[in-house]
Design a protein around this ligand. Sequence first.
Ligand code: ARG
Length: 630
Amino acid sequence: MTEPGANSGGLQPRHESQGFHGFREAARRMFYDALQRLSAEGVLAIAADELPGLVEQVRETADPKFGDYSGTMAMALAKRAGQKPRDVAIEIIRRLDVGDLFDPPTEPVGPGFINLRVRDDALALAVVAASRDPRMGVAPVDVPETIVIDFGGPNVAKPMHVGHIRSTVIGDALARILEFRGHITITDDHLGDWGTQFGMILWGWKHCRDAVRFAADPTRELGRLYRLVRKVADSKPEELACDPEAAALAARYPETSREVLHETAKLHEGDPESRALWKQFMPLCRAEIDRIFSRLHVTFDHTLGESFYQPMLASVVAELMADQAVRARASRGAIGIFLNGDDSPPFLIRKADGAFLYATTDLATLKWRMEHWKPDRILYVVDSRQGPHFEQLFATAKLWGCGDRQRINGVELVHVAFGTVLGEDGKPFKTRAGDTVGLESLLDEGVERALQIVGSGEEGRGGLSVADRRHVAETVGIGAVKYADLCQNRTTDYVFSFDKMLQLTGNTAAYMQYAVARVEGIFSRAGIDRAALRESAASVRLSTPQERALALELVRFSEAIEDVETDYRPNVLTAWLFRLAGCYSSFYDALPVLKAEGNDRDSRLALCDLTGRILRQGLELLGIGTVEKM
Ligand code: ARG
């Protein structure tokens, strides 16, 4: 991904689609002009700043019998002017110049809908243009922004579990999509490598480590220590009855939770022994995390964990105390920012024992990012349970100039929140033993199950060698887990189900990957040169409803990814890809392609080719791989 300041590398070449941002955008511009005229002519008073919101109401229709796009603003405009919606709609239609893109609407439909149908010749031209365009008809944004995407961010030394999949997969997809849109993206893995879990591990290391286990599998032993010490430190004695080891430890060291805090504080103060152990543990933990990220095909531009900001924390606290707008101050020995008056709990930035907090690090991180990357936006892809933290962080940021008030107030800070992964029982996903589900074992199981699907039948079936099958299974299995997460509305909780996510029909990665492989199959079976086909594709003929429906969906790719950005929801893209695949199926089932004659054959092949490319590109934007055969 590109560094800020660098030019956005190849994202803005002149290409066929430049200037044309799709039919919806074109329709919105037409409505914009019409409404402006309506206002200028004194028919209806519409303020200039209302126009963007009004034209955003131009959306695709749910049913092609109402045309392809529909404007609904006549209703709201009529209501406030005390007029009839139909009359307002008629006035808008009179001023609507649809050029040669749409059939001119004759009259409003229903209470006052203005429906537009894309002209078949314009649609065919758009398909040809998309077909010849390396970006498949997706024009880059007019104003690229620098966007920092903070995602992943597991707490090291704790085993990565199912919860981590969400931030990683959603953040990675958003980064890919925003970059493809033409923005300058900076991805940063804000590792939790300095938090209280190290206090637990350090305490555990000193009081109950198992040298043999550590030698055999160091991260596993660190994980065990973490879980054990957390249990001892956080539980009341009666809660430990069923865990003899923890109970014995708790009985022997009744002050564990206080001592754990002390260990964290010592690490933060620079105690040499604690630092040395931390340095010993870090590479082990990092290797484990990197292995999982690489299996997920997720990379970061930067991995600036909490420890990176540690030297800045004291001065950040001092700055926040000195800042007249923030007025951080002492409260019972600790230091906090009183965002909601003196009586509400403050946003704590330093504890009474001197330890800094998650909040302190996030403030230092924000300052550092502003100074070094000068972003227009920062997205924090983090569990929705951290909502209150981000509200306070953003409120503080607003007060705080970060040395340059203009900049920090100019940056848009977004908590891209997501819900919890649930087990089939509807409760947070746990193993039978009640532990959180390890991420790696989950990926292994996904791949194993995929192998059973692609591997059923005799050896080498469908021309796949054993090694090919492994590769396909890895792609399908990992893809299934990622897609199952991405296709959910991110803010809701969802139930994790291998059975559902690996189905070959329905809204699953496997179904999409299969659709891509099917398209590939057509071209490889017939030995057709796809690049030559694109170059020569002089015209696309849309003589049947299936061809037209497919063509219309194909040129909506840019709308789908634009809509992802609006609310940072990758499921908008998955839903659209699923619809595209559905249109393709109807087309392919109804019409001959290779057996079609002359122009129809080339035209249909061009539709197949573009479908395959867009499905593949769409999956790639979601971080999901494809295979030629499955
Ligand atoms: N390490 C954190 C956690 O596991 C996530 C970090 C998110 N990023 C941030 N800037 N706070 O909860």
